[in-house]
Ligand binder design. Structure first.
Ligand SMILES: Nc1ncnc2c1ncn2[C@@H]1O[C@H](COP(=O)(O)OP(=O)(O)OP(=O)(O)O)[C@@H](O)[C@H]1O
Length: 342
């Protein structure tokens, strides 16, 4: 399909967001005291993030809880004003929220809904058609396409409140993309969905990206979403970008070594395999063990020389393991500076 569409590139330079949080001590006296001396905390949620995305690029935006992902996406879609720095999306400055900009983007938040609860999804679609001034023929064509790719037949006329979570999420995505935006900010679009539904949502995003050459920034706690869709990964930690590169390079950041998988012709005990590596697992004639990254070739050569091996493969650890190793799986909030203003 050919398009004469505007450039869907994303430029972000030194973007920052500081939240001011006014604190109040508990109880009535606390309320009174807060009239006299208000305690304000500043949360440095995003601390100078820079990156560029080419049109049509799909990136996974990862990081531990509270790292600043949602805050960044809200700034890029113009919902939040940055405290400092610059963003340019498809040639527009998001903070201005110009109509032409809003027609080029969408923000989908898996935990928030935009569909009207008591009406069928179709009614919300018509509202969006009016808001985004979608011509009738384009609306019909997009509806046909989405109905097929997302299997929406039969659910569009049901009250949204009566849909399952997965059905509702499919309608949410359709509503959010009905105006055919070129830049997609997807914040946990598959959260809470079962594995099959996650796969349908992924297939839809992939199809949309290919059809419209859309640029996509995707956050997800399900690494399968990221590995299935993104060529490039951005990792944010405590408000700062700590990694920008492809998945394989991210896997190399882990110190946990590589996984060697073996198919053996003769059974070998786990204790014996422990001479070649750690985290040994044996299941009949299949075994796996972890070996240090720098010694993969020498250990593999020793395994092949010493044992009756039918097949040997070397794999990077799953990306979940790398992320858990990098961030310890713990929660990290933005850094807090305490200031008292009277
Ligand atoms: N409205 C707000 N006021 C004050 N602090 C906020 C506000 N929104 C977010 N924060 C704080 O800013 C930091 C970044 O939050 P953000 O929601 O952007 O992180 P996240 O990476 O999306 O996290 P998660 O993966 O848990 O959704 C956190 O410390 C959070 O508590």
């Amino acid at each position: 399909m050919t398009h004469s569409l505007p450039d869907a590139s994303v430029h972000v330079r030194d973007l920052k967001k500081q939240y001011a949080v006014h604190e109040k001590e508990p109880g009535f006296m606390g309320s009174l005291r807060s009239f006299v001396s208000r305690k304000t905390k500043y949360v440095e949620a995003v601390r100078g993030v820079s990156f560029e995305l080419a049109p049509g690029e799909v990136v996974g935006f990862l990081g531990p809880n509270g790292a600043g992902k949602t805050t960044t996406l809200k700034m890029l879609s113009g919902l939040l004003h940055p405290s400092d720095g610059m963003a340019r999306i498809a040639g527009y400055e998001p903070r201005k929220r110009e109509t032409a900009f809003l027609k080029q983007i969408t923000l989908v938040m898996g935990q928030k809904q935009q569909l009207i609860w008591d009406l069928p999804a179709l009614d919300s679609f018509l509202v969006n058609q009016a808001i985004y001034e979608i011509p009738d023929d384009q609306y019909r064509a997009t509806m046909r396409e989405f109905t097929e790719v997302l299997s929406l037949e039969g659910i569009l006329k049901k009250q949204v409140r009566k849909l399952s979570l997965g059905e509702r999420m499919k309608c949410e995505l359709a509503a959010a993309l009905l105006h055919r935006p070129r830049v997609l900010f997807l914040d946990e679009p598959t959260i809470g969905l079962d594995v099959n539904m996650q796969e349908s949502v992924r297939a839809f995003i992939r199809d949309y990206n290919e059809r419209y050459d859309a640029t996509v920034i995707l956050t997800s706690h399900y690494m399968a979403d990221v590995t299935a869709l993104a060529q490039r990964i951005l990792v944010i930690d405590r408000g700062e970008l700590v990694f920008d590169g492809d998945l394989a390079r991210l896997a190399e950041q882990g110190k946990g070594g590589k996984t060697v998988k073996l198919k053996l012709r003769e059974a070998v005990s786990a204790a014996h395999l422990a001479h070649y590596g750690h985290d040994v697992k044996v299941d009949g004639l299949s075994a796996e063990l972890t070996v240090p990254r720098a010694e993969v070739s020498t250990r593999a050569a020793r395994l092949l020389a010493d044992l009756d091996v039918a097949d040997l493969t070397v794999e990077d650890p799953p990306i979940e393991a790398v992320m858990a190793e990098l961030f310890g799986g713990g929660e990290k909030a933005g850094e807090v500076k305490e200031v008292v203003s009277g």
